[in-house]
Write a protein that binds this ligand. Structure first.
Ligand SMILES: Nc1ncnc2c1ncn2[C@@H]1O[C@H](COP(=O)(O)OP(=O)(O)OP(=O)(O)O)[C@@H](O)[C@H]1O
Length: 240
């Protein structure tokens, strides 16, 4: 399968600490890859490096054959940050139309993105008046409106109810079926099971890279939570 994102020997310091220690992985095009790991393990840092907004100490990140952050990639990557990045003093629709205009797209595309995240009914509301979950969906609509080839989603379903979460995953699956490469971080194992592949990260090291089924089979359990714990214990034993 063709590789969309290639990370090679990536070392990143944040503050005075090294948080990624020679991280290497390859993410296939047109797939949903889940990034799973405890809080502080380096998921956001890796995503920032893929998007090209993170200072890198050494190593290489290549996206669609170009160095991460290079100008040709700007229109090809959508990034949903953990903190919603939408304008509070604009309505939901105005935000979506503004982001659509950056990609030379029009009102119909903005409306389609809002529909995709289940926000058509709140299109006229000011973003500042939305609930946390709605605001995060408004941000997601702005990240997908340009139909990016690579979509980097940092915990996109936090604060969403199970029905909405299901709808959002249907949307991600549709985008991937259209050829988008999606890298998504999550703490929710039910969501991890929906990914084509998983990258398990712990303390800045890659400790697993496979399909959810293969990770569970290797760990000898049907439960992904338990599989993750077993892999961690095996690694600790090996390091001792
Ligand atoms: N701006 C910063 N300055 C210094 N250290 C930072 C900064 N941002 C993150 N870190 C540190 O880098 C490490 C990795 O953080 P990162 O945000 O990548 O983790 P994460 O896996 O995304 O966590 P979470 O699941 O809580 O979002 C953590 O130890 C964190 O404290």
């Amino acid at each position: 399968m063709e590789t969309a994102i290639e990370v090679t020997d990536l070392v990143i310091n944040r503050g005075k600490r090294e948080v990624l220690h020679g991280f290497t992985c390859a993410i296939p095009r047109g797939s949903i890859t889940g990034l799973l790991g405890p809080s502080g393990s380096g998921k956001t840092t890796l995503m920032r490096a893929v998007v090209g907004v993170q200072v890198v100490k050494s190593g290489r990140v290549t996206v669609l054959g170009e160095p991460a952050g290079s100008p040709p990639l700007r229109r090809k990557i959508g990034y949903l940050t953990q903190a919603p990045s939408v304008y509070d003093d604009l309505t939901v629709r105005e935000n979506a139309r503004y982001f659509a205009s950056l990609y030379d797209l029009g009102a119909a595309d903005a409306d389609a993105a809002l529909d995709g995240v289940g926000l058509s009914g709140a299109a006229h509301q000011l973003v500042g008046n939305l609930s946390g979950g709605q605001r995060s969906r408004a941000s997601l609509a702005c990240a997908i409106v340009g139909r990016p080839e690579v979509l980097v989603l940092d915990e996109p379903t936090v604060g969403q109810d199970p029905v909405l979460r299901d709808d959002l995953w249907a949307q991600f699956r549709a985008l991937a079926a259209d050829g988008a490469t999606i890298l998504v971080s999550s703490h929710v194992m039910d969501e991890a099971n929906r990914c084509d592949r998983l990258l398990l990260i712990r303390d800045g090291y890659l400790i697993g890279d496979d399909t959810p089924a293969a990770i569970k089979a290797t760990a000898g359990t049907d439960d992904l939570d338990e599989a993750f714990l077993r892999i961690i214990r095996q690694q600790e034993k090996a390091a001792a």
